[in-house]
Write a protein that binds this ligand. Structure first.
Ligand code: ZN
Length: 456
Protein backbone atom coordinates (compact mmCIF):
# COMPACT_ATOMS: atom_id res chain seq x y z
CA UNK A 1 0.00 0.00 0.00
CA UNK A 2 2.78 2.34 1.06
CA UNK A 3 4.54 1.59 -2.18
CA UNK A 4 1.41 2.29 -4.24
CA UNK A 5 1.05 5.73 -2.65
CA UNK A 6 4.77 6.44 -3.16
CA UNK A 7 4.44 5.27 -6.76
CA UNK A 8 1.46 7.55 -7.40
CA UNK A 9 3.31 10.50 -5.88
CA UNK A 10 6.41 9.79 -7.99
CA UNK A 11 4.27 9.55 -11.12
CA UNK A 12 2.54 12.83 -10.29
CA UNK A 13 5.88 14.60 -9.78
CA UNK A 14 7.35 13.21 -13.01
CA UNK A 15 4.17 14.17 -14.92
CA UNK A 16 4.45 17.69 -13.59
CA UNK A 17 8.13 17.77 -14.52
CA UNK A 18 7.26 16.45 -17.98
CA UNK A 19 4.82 19.28 -18.60
CA UNK A 20 7.33 21.87 -17.41
CA UNK A 21 10.23 20.32 -19.38
CA UNK A 22 8.07 19.99 -22.50
CA UNK A 23 7.10 23.64 -22.40
CA UNK A 24 10.74 24.72 -22.06
CA UNK A 25 12.14 22.74 -24.97
CA UNK A 26 12.69 24.96 -28.04
CA UNK A 27 11.21 23.68 -31.26
CA UNK A 28 9.30 20.71 -29.93
CA UNK A 29 6.59 20.65 -27.29
CA UNK A 30 5.47 17.34 -25.81
CA UNK A 31 1.69 17.24 -25.69
CA UNK A 32 1.21 13.62 -24.60
CA UNK A 33 3.55 10.99 -23.15
CA UNK A 34 1.87 7.78 -22.16
CA UNK A 35 2.26 4.03 -21.58
CA UNK A 36 -0.74 1.76 -22.01
CA UNK A 37 -0.63 -1.61 -20.24
CA UNK A 38 -2.31 -4.68 -21.71
CA UNK A 39 -1.37 -7.16 -18.97
CA UNK A 40 0.33 -9.60 -19.36
CA UNK A 41 0.84 -9.20 -23.10
CA UNK A 42 2.21 -5.76 -23.92
CA UNK A 43 2.96 -2.18 -22.96
CA UNK A 44 2.52 0.48 -25.65
CA UNK A 45 4.60 3.63 -25.20
CA UNK A 46 3.48 6.67 -27.17
CA UNK A 47 4.63 10.26 -27.42
CA UNK A 48 2.80 13.09 -29.19
CA UNK A 49 4.52 16.42 -29.85
CA UNK A 50 3.98 19.72 -31.57
CA UNK A 51 6.66 21.54 -33.52
CA UNK A 52 7.42 23.04 -36.91
CA UNK A 53 10.25 20.59 -37.58
CA UNK A 54 9.90 16.96 -36.48
CA UNK A 55 12.82 15.33 -34.64
CA UNK A 56 15.40 13.63 -36.85
CA UNK A 57 15.80 10.68 -34.46
CA UNK A 58 13.90 9.26 -31.53
CA UNK A 59 14.90 6.68 -28.95
CA UNK A 60 12.84 5.06 -26.21
CA UNK A 61 14.57 3.88 -23.02
CA UNK A 62 12.74 1.72 -20.51
CA UNK A 63 13.37 -0.71 -17.69
CA UNK A 64 11.65 -2.52 -14.85
CA UNK A 65 11.96 -2.10 -11.10
CA UNK A 66 13.60 -5.32 -9.91
CA UNK A 67 16.73 -6.59 -8.24
CA UNK A 68 19.62 -7.06 -10.61
CA UNK A 69 23.37 -7.40 -10.19
CA UNK A 70 23.90 -5.13 -13.18
CA UNK A 71 21.80 -2.21 -14.34
CA UNK A 72 19.47 -3.34 -17.07
CA UNK A 73 17.64 -1.09 -19.49
CA UNK A 74 16.45 -1.28 -23.06
CA UNK A 75 17.10 1.37 -25.68
CA UNK A 76 14.96 1.23 -28.80
CA UNK A 77 15.31 3.48 -31.87
CA UNK A 78 11.78 4.48 -32.93
CA UNK A 79 10.87 5.65 -36.44
CA UNK A 80 9.66 9.25 -36.69
CA UNK A 81 6.45 9.75 -38.61
CA UNK A 82 6.41 13.48 -39.59
CA UNK A 83 2.73 13.32 -40.58
CA UNK A 84 1.17 12.16 -37.30
CA UNK A 85 3.60 13.87 -34.87
CA UNK A 86 3.36 10.71 -32.79
CA UNK A 87 6.03 8.21 -31.78
CA UNK A 88 4.95 4.77 -30.64
CA UNK A 89 6.57 1.48 -29.71
CA UNK A 90 5.10 -1.67 -28.25
CA UNK A 91 6.91 -3.94 -25.78
CA UNK A 92 5.48 -7.32 -26.74
CA UNK A 93 6.12 -9.60 -23.78
CA UNK A 94 5.60 -12.87 -25.60
CA UNK A 95 9.24 -12.51 -26.64
CA UNK A 96 10.72 -11.70 -23.24
CA UNK A 97 8.30 -13.20 -20.73
CA UNK A 98 6.30 -10.84 -18.53
CA UNK A 99 7.14 -9.31 -15.18
CA UNK A 100 4.60 -10.12 -12.43
CA UNK A 101 1.66 -7.84 -11.60
CA UNK A 102 2.56 -4.83 -9.49
CA UNK A 103 5.89 -4.28 -11.27
CA UNK A 104 6.79 -0.67 -12.00
CA UNK A 105 8.05 0.06 -15.51
CA UNK A 106 9.88 3.35 -16.15
CA UNK A 107 10.47 4.99 -19.50
CA UNK A 108 11.86 8.11 -21.14
CA UNK A 109 12.16 9.39 -24.71
CA UNK A 110 15.23 11.05 -26.23
CA UNK A 111 14.61 13.20 -29.31
CA UNK A 112 17.37 14.57 -31.54
CA UNK A 113 16.93 17.35 -34.08
CA UNK A 114 18.78 17.74 -37.40
CA UNK A 115 21.51 19.82 -35.73
CA UNK A 116 22.21 17.11 -33.17
CA UNK A 117 20.51 18.87 -30.23
CA UNK A 118 18.81 16.39 -27.92
CA UNK A 119 16.09 16.50 -25.32
CA UNK A 120 15.11 13.71 -22.94
CA UNK A 121 11.67 13.54 -21.36
CA UNK A 122 11.64 13.17 -17.57
CA UNK A 123 11.44 9.55 -16.41
CA UNK A 124 7.85 8.34 -15.94
CA UNK A 125 6.52 5.19 -14.34
CA UNK A 126 3.59 2.92 -15.01
CA UNK A 127 2.53 -0.07 -12.88
CA UNK A 128 1.70 -3.38 -14.55
CA UNK A 129 -1.76 -4.07 -13.16
CA UNK A 130 -3.72 -7.25 -13.73
CA UNK A 131 -7.04 -5.47 -14.10
CA UNK A 132 -8.96 -8.59 -15.04
CA UNK A 133 -9.93 -8.77 -11.36
CA UNK A 134 -11.18 -6.47 -8.58
CA UNK A 135 -8.26 -6.68 -6.19
CA UNK A 136 -8.42 -6.01 -2.46
CA UNK A 137 -5.29 -5.45 -0.40
CA UNK A 138 -4.37 -6.20 3.21
CA UNK A 139 -0.98 -5.15 4.56
CA UNK A 140 1.41 -5.99 7.34
CA UNK A 141 4.69 -4.20 8.03
CA UNK A 142 6.67 -5.56 5.05
CA UNK A 143 4.06 -7.61 3.23
CA UNK A 144 1.22 -6.51 0.93
CA UNK A 145 -1.27 -9.23 0.04
CA UNK A 146 -3.74 -8.79 -2.80
CA UNK A 147 -6.70 -11.08 -3.45
CA UNK A 148 -10.19 -11.01 -4.98
CA UNK A 149 -12.03 -14.26 -4.14
CA UNK A 150 -13.37 -15.27 -0.74
CA UNK A 151 -13.80 -12.57 1.93
CA UNK A 152 -11.68 -14.33 4.58
CA UNK A 153 -8.92 -15.49 2.24
CA UNK A 154 -6.87 -12.28 2.30
CA UNK A 155 -6.61 -11.80 6.08
CA UNK A 156 -6.13 -15.57 6.61
CA UNK A 157 -3.21 -15.79 4.18
CA UNK A 158 -1.66 -12.53 5.37
CA UNK A 159 -1.59 -14.02 8.88
CA UNK A 160 0.11 -17.11 7.42
CA UNK A 161 2.71 -14.95 5.68
CA UNK A 162 3.40 -12.91 8.82
CA UNK A 163 3.74 -16.10 10.90
CA UNK A 164 6.15 -17.57 8.35
CA UNK A 165 8.19 -14.36 8.29
CA UNK A 166 8.43 -14.44 12.09
CA UNK A 167 9.49 -18.10 12.03
CA UNK A 168 12.14 -17.35 9.41
CA UNK A 169 13.46 -14.41 11.41
CA UNK A 170 13.18 -15.72 14.97
CA UNK A 171 13.78 -19.45 14.58
CA UNK A 172 15.88 -19.65 11.43
CA UNK A 173 17.94 -16.43 11.46
CA UNK A 174 16.80 -15.49 7.94
CA UNK A 175 15.63 -11.89 7.72
CA UNK A 176 13.49 -10.21 5.09
CA UNK A 177 15.49 -7.66 3.07
CA UNK A 178 12.81 -6.06 0.87
CA UNK A 179 9.04 -5.64 1.01
CA UNK A 180 7.10 -8.51 -0.53
CA UNK A 181 3.92 -8.56 -2.61
CA UNK A 182 1.67 -11.63 -2.67
CA UNK A 183 -0.97 -11.87 -5.41
CA UNK A 184 -3.52 -14.53 -4.48
CA UNK A 185 -5.52 -15.61 -7.51
CA UNK A 186 -8.88 -17.34 -7.09
CA UNK A 187 -7.59 -20.52 -8.70
CA UNK A 188 -4.53 -21.80 -10.52
CA UNK A 189 -6.07 -21.17 -13.97
CA UNK A 190 -6.49 -17.46 -13.26
CA UNK A 191 -2.92 -17.35 -11.96
CA UNK A 192 -1.44 -19.13 -14.97
CA UNK A 193 -3.15 -16.64 -17.29
CA UNK A 194 -1.11 -13.90 -15.59
CA UNK A 195 2.21 -15.50 -16.58
CA UNK A 196 3.09 -16.05 -20.23
CA UNK A 197 5.59 -18.84 -19.59
CA UNK A 198 4.54 -21.27 -16.91
CA UNK A 199 4.10 -25.03 -16.60
CA UNK A 200 0.45 -25.96 -17.07
CA UNK A 201 0.36 -27.72 -13.69
CA UNK A 202 1.75 -24.78 -11.69
CA UNK A 203 -0.35 -23.42 -8.82
CA UNK A 204 2.18 -20.91 -7.49
CA UNK A 205 5.26 -19.09 -8.65
CA UNK A 206 7.82 -16.89 -6.89
CA UNK A 207 9.50 -14.07 -8.81
CA UNK A 208 12.46 -13.56 -6.49
CA UNK A 209 14.00 -10.59 -8.32
CA UNK A 210 10.68 -8.77 -8.15
CA UNK A 211 9.94 -9.77 -4.52
CA UNK A 212 6.62 -11.04 -5.78
CA UNK A 213 4.72 -14.30 -5.30
CA UNK A 214 1.70 -15.46 -7.30
CA UNK A 215 -0.42 -18.33 -5.98
CA UNK A 216 -3.79 -19.68 -7.10
CA UNK A 217 -5.74 -20.47 -3.93
CA UNK A 218 -9.38 -21.59 -4.24
CA UNK A 219 -11.13 -20.43 -1.02
CA UNK A 220 -12.10 -23.99 -0.04
CA UNK A 221 -8.45 -25.05 0.36
CA UNK A 222 -7.14 -21.72 1.68
CA UNK A 223 -7.12 -22.94 5.29
CA UNK A 224 -4.79 -25.89 4.74
CA UNK A 225 -3.05 -25.89 1.34
CA UNK A 226 -3.16 -22.08 1.04
CA UNK A 227 -1.65 -21.40 4.46
CA UNK A 228 1.20 -23.90 3.99
CA UNK A 229 1.93 -22.82 0.41
CA UNK A 230 2.06 -19.11 1.33
CA UNK A 231 4.60 -19.93 4.07
CA UNK A 232 6.60 -22.21 1.75
CA UNK A 233 6.81 -19.72 -1.13
CA UNK A 234 7.53 -16.79 1.19
CA UNK A 235 10.43 -18.78 2.64
CA UNK A 236 11.86 -19.31 -0.86
CA UNK A 237 11.58 -15.59 -1.56
CA UNK A 238 13.04 -14.40 1.74
CA UNK A 239 15.86 -16.97 1.60
CA UNK A 240 16.51 -15.85 -1.97
CA UNK A 241 16.82 -12.21 -0.81
CA UNK A 242 18.96 -13.15 2.19
CA UNK A 243 21.31 -15.36 0.17
CA UNK A 244 21.49 -13.26 -2.99
CA UNK A 245 24.66 -13.78 -4.95
CA UNK A 246 26.14 -11.85 -7.84
CA UNK A 247 29.08 -14.25 -8.14
CA UNK A 248 27.18 -17.42 -9.05
CA UNK A 249 26.70 -18.73 -5.51
CA UNK A 250 23.78 -21.09 -4.96
CA UNK A 251 22.19 -23.41 -2.40
CA UNK A 252 21.77 -27.19 -2.61
CA UNK A 253 18.16 -28.21 -3.19
CA UNK A 254 17.91 -30.16 0.08
CA UNK A 255 18.78 -26.92 1.92
CA UNK A 256 16.47 -24.73 -0.16
CA UNK A 257 13.47 -27.05 0.15
CA UNK A 258 14.29 -28.01 3.72
CA UNK A 259 14.24 -24.34 4.74
CA UNK A 260 10.94 -23.74 2.92
CA UNK A 261 9.35 -26.83 4.48
CA UNK A 262 10.63 -25.85 7.93
CA UNK A 263 9.12 -22.37 7.53
CA UNK A 264 5.68 -23.96 7.04
CA UNK A 265 5.61 -24.80 10.75
CA UNK A 266 5.26 -28.15 12.45
CA UNK A 267 5.53 -31.04 9.95
CA UNK A 268 2.18 -32.27 8.64
CA UNK A 269 0.99 -35.84 9.00
CA UNK A 270 2.26 -36.81 5.57
CA UNK A 271 5.81 -35.61 6.29
CA UNK A 272 5.87 -37.44 9.61
CA UNK A 273 4.66 -40.67 7.96
CA UNK A 274 7.19 -40.40 5.13
CA UNK A 275 10.03 -39.96 7.63
CA UNK A 276 8.82 -42.96 9.66
CA UNK A 277 8.61 -45.12 6.54
CA UNK A 278 12.07 -44.12 5.33
CA UNK A 279 13.51 -44.88 8.75
CA UNK A 280 11.84 -48.31 8.97
CA UNK A 281 12.83 -49.31 5.43
CA UNK A 282 16.23 -47.60 5.53
CA UNK A 283 15.25 -45.89 2.27
CA UNK A 284 16.64 -42.37 2.69
CA UNK A 285 18.31 -40.93 -0.42
CA UNK A 286 22.06 -40.21 -0.14
CA UNK A 287 22.07 -36.53 0.84
CA UNK A 288 24.64 -35.66 -1.82
CA UNK A 289 22.22 -36.70 -4.54
CA UNK A 290 19.65 -34.22 -3.16
CA UNK A 291 22.01 -31.35 -4.01
CA UNK A 292 20.45 -31.12 -7.46
CA UNK A 293 16.95 -31.67 -8.80
CA UNK A 294 14.42 -33.66 -6.82
CA UNK A 295 12.45 -36.57 -8.27
CA UNK A 296 9.67 -35.17 -10.42
CA UNK A 297 6.58 -36.97 -9.16
CA UNK A 298 4.88 -39.08 -6.57
CA UNK A 299 6.22 -40.68 -3.44
CA UNK A 300 9.90 -40.15 -4.22
CA UNK A 301 9.31 -36.39 -4.51
CA UNK A 302 7.46 -36.32 -1.20
CA UNK A 303 10.19 -38.34 0.50
CA UNK A 304 12.87 -35.95 -0.79
CA UNK A 305 11.03 -32.97 0.75
CA UNK A 306 10.49 -34.76 4.05
CA UNK A 307 14.15 -35.79 4.25
CA UNK A 308 15.25 -32.23 3.46
CA UNK A 309 12.99 -30.92 6.21
CA UNK A 310 14.51 -33.39 8.66
CA UNK A 311 18.11 -32.43 7.79
CA UNK A 312 17.39 -28.69 8.19
CA UNK A 313 15.53 -29.43 11.44
CA UNK A 314 18.64 -31.29 12.64
CA UNK A 315 21.01 -28.44 11.66
CA UNK A 316 18.87 -25.83 13.41
CA UNK A 317 18.22 -27.95 16.47
CA UNK A 318 21.87 -28.95 16.94
CA UNK A 319 23.85 -25.91 15.78
CA UNK A 320 21.35 -23.03 15.92
CA UNK A 321 20.20 -20.28 13.62
CA UNK A 322 23.36 -18.14 13.54
CA UNK A 323 25.34 -21.01 11.99
CA UNK A 324 22.61 -21.60 9.44
CA UNK A 325 22.57 -17.91 8.46
CA UNK A 326 26.38 -18.07 8.10
CA UNK A 327 26.05 -21.13 5.87
CA UNK A 328 23.61 -19.28 3.56
CA UNK A 329 25.92 -16.23 3.47
CA UNK A 330 28.97 -18.44 2.76
CA UNK A 331 27.17 -20.21 -0.10
CA UNK A 332 26.33 -16.77 -1.55
CA UNK A 333 30.07 -16.04 -1.88
CA UNK A 334 30.28 -18.85 -4.45
CA UNK A 335 31.89 -21.50 -2.21
CA UNK A 336 31.17 -25.12 -3.18
CA UNK A 337 28.58 -26.91 -1.03
CA UNK A 338 31.23 -29.09 0.62
CA UNK A 339 33.60 -26.18 1.30
CA UNK A 340 30.85 -23.96 2.71
CA UNK A 341 29.62 -26.72 5.06
CA UNK A 342 33.18 -27.49 6.16
CA UNK A 343 33.94 -23.80 6.81
CA UNK A 344 30.82 -23.34 8.94
CA UNK A 345 30.26 -26.74 10.60
CA UNK A 346 33.52 -28.61 10.13
CA UNK A 347 31.96 -31.42 8.04
CA UNK A 348 31.09 -31.80 4.36
CA UNK A 349 27.81 -33.17 2.96
CA UNK A 350 28.76 -36.78 3.73
CA UNK A 351 29.76 -35.80 7.27
CA UNK A 352 26.43 -34.03 7.71
CA UNK A 353 24.56 -37.10 6.44
CA UNK A 354 26.41 -39.37 8.88
CA UNK A 355 25.66 -37.07 11.85
CA UNK A 356 22.03 -36.59 10.87
CA UNK A 357 21.44 -40.34 10.34
CA UNK A 358 22.89 -41.07 13.73
CA UNK A 359 20.75 -38.35 15.37
CA UNK A 360 17.46 -39.71 13.95
CA UNK A 361 18.42 -43.32 14.72
CA UNK A 362 19.09 -44.51 11.17
CA UNK A 363 21.73 -47.17 10.55
CA UNK A 364 25.12 -45.82 9.40
CA UNK A 365 25.48 -45.75 5.61
CA UNK A 366 28.72 -46.65 3.89
CA UNK A 367 29.68 -43.58 1.90
CA UNK A 368 32.09 -43.96 -1.04
CA UNK A 369 35.52 -42.57 0.00
CA UNK A 370 36.02 -40.23 -2.98
CA UNK A 371 32.72 -38.64 -3.84
CA UNK A 372 32.53 -36.55 -6.95
CA UNK A 373 32.73 -32.94 -5.82
CA UNK A 374 29.74 -30.89 -6.82
CA UNK A 375 30.67 -27.29 -7.46
CA UNK A 376 28.14 -24.78 -6.22
CA UNK A 377 28.17 -23.09 -9.57
CA UNK A 378 27.17 -26.27 -11.41
CA UNK A 379 23.62 -26.27 -10.04
CA UNK A 380 22.21 -22.77 -10.12
CA UNK A 381 19.42 -22.74 -7.55
CA UNK A 382 18.85 -19.01 -7.77
CA UNK A 383 20.40 -17.66 -10.94
CA UNK A 384 22.14 -14.34 -10.27
CA UNK A 385 20.91 -12.51 -13.35
CA UNK A 386 17.91 -13.62 -15.29
CA UNK A 387 14.33 -12.79 -16.09
CA UNK A 388 11.66 -14.03 -13.75
CA UNK A 389 13.03 -16.74 -11.51
CA UNK A 390 10.28 -19.14 -10.84
CA UNK A 391 9.69 -21.67 -8.16
CA UNK A 392 6.49 -23.28 -9.31
CA UNK A 393 4.18 -25.13 -6.96
CA UNK A 394 1.63 -27.54 -8.38
CA UNK A 395 -2.00 -26.61 -8.08
CA UNK A 396 -2.88 -29.83 -6.30
CA UNK A 397 -2.60 -30.70 -2.65
CA UNK A 398 -0.06 -31.43 -1.04
CA UNK A 399 2.35 -28.55 -0.75
CA UNK A 400 5.53 -29.59 -2.49
CA UNK A 401 6.45 -28.57 -5.99
CA UNK A 402 6.90 -31.09 -8.74
CA UNK A 403 9.88 -29.20 -10.14
CA UNK A 404 11.26 -27.50 -7.04
CA UNK A 405 13.94 -25.16 -8.30
CA UNK A 406 14.34 -24.04 -11.80
CA UNK A 407 14.92 -20.95 -13.78
CA UNK A 408 12.37 -20.20 -16.43
CA UNK A 409 14.83 -17.83 -18.07
CA UNK A 410 12.94 -15.95 -20.71
CA UNK A 411 10.93 -18.99 -21.73
CA UNK A 412 12.20 -18.85 -25.28
CA UNK A 413 13.46 -22.42 -25.02
CA UNK A 414 9.92 -23.58 -24.38
CA UNK A 415 8.68 -21.57 -27.31
CA UNK A 416 11.20 -22.95 -29.76
CA UNK A 417 11.24 -26.58 -28.62
CA UNK A 418 7.91 -27.49 -30.33
CA UNK A 419 9.11 -25.57 -33.41
CA UNK A 420 12.33 -27.60 -33.51
CA UNK A 421 10.38 -30.84 -33.13
CA UNK A 422 8.06 -29.85 -35.96
CA UNK A 423 11.03 -28.99 -38.20
CA UNK A 424 12.60 -32.37 -37.43
CA UNK A 425 9.33 -34.13 -38.25
CA UNK A 426 8.95 -32.28 -41.58
CA UNK A 427 12.61 -33.07 -42.47
CA UNK A 428 12.08 -36.76 -41.69
CA UNK A 429 8.89 -36.78 -43.80
CA UNK A 430 10.65 -35.20 -46.77
CA UNK A 431 13.57 -37.66 -46.47
CA UNK A 432 11.12 -40.58 -46.43
CA UNK A 433 9.30 -39.26 -49.53
CA UNK A 434 12.63 -38.84 -51.38
CA UNK A 435 13.63 -42.39 -50.43
CA UNK A 436 10.33 -43.82 -51.68
CA UNK A 437 10.63 -41.83 -54.92
CA UNK A 438 14.22 -43.02 -55.46
CA UNK A 439 13.20 -46.65 -54.86
CA UNK A 440 10.28 -46.33 -57.26
CA UNK A 441 12.52 -44.82 -59.95
CA UNK A 442 15.12 -47.53 -59.47
CA UNK A 443 12.45 -50.25 -59.71
CA UNK A 444 10.92 -48.66 -62.82
CA UNK A 445 14.36 -48.37 -64.39
CA UNK A 446 15.11 -52.04 -63.64
CA UNK A 447 11.71 -53.14 -64.98
CA UNK A 448 12.17 -51.19 -68.24
CA UNK A 449 15.64 -52.63 -68.64
CA UNK A 450 14.14 -56.10 -68.17
CA UNK A 451 11.33 -55.34 -70.69
CA UNK A 452 13.89 -54.09 -73.21
CA UNK A 453 16.01 -57.19 -72.68
CA UNK A 454 12.89 -59.34 -73.15
CA UNK A 455 11.98 -57.49 -76.39
CA UNK A 456 15.42 -58.11 -77.76
ZN1 ZN B 1 9.80 -25.32 -2.53
Amino acid sequence: MKRTVAGLLATFITCLAAVVAGAQTPGITITDNDALVDFPNAVTFSLTYEGEVPPADAELSFGVDKFSCVELQSQIPVAVDPVTNTLAWQWVMIRSGNPPPGTDVWWEWTLTDVDGNTMTTPRQTVTLTDDRFEWQTVSAESIDLHWYRGDDVGPLLLDAAVAAQARLENEMGITLQDDVDLWIYGDSGDMRNAVLYIQDWAGGVAFSEYNTILIGVPPNIAQDWGVRTVAHELAHLVTGQFGRSCVGGSRPTWLEEGLASYAEGEPDEETTLELQNALENDSFTPLRSLNGSFPAHGGAAGAAYSQSYSVVDYLLDTYGQAQLATLIATLATGESYDDALTAVYGFNIDGLETEWRSAIGAAPRTIPPTPTPVAAIAIPTIPPISAAQSVPTPSVYPTYEIAPIQSTGDGLGDLYRPLAQLTLLVCCGVMLLLLVAALWLALRHARRKQERANEQ
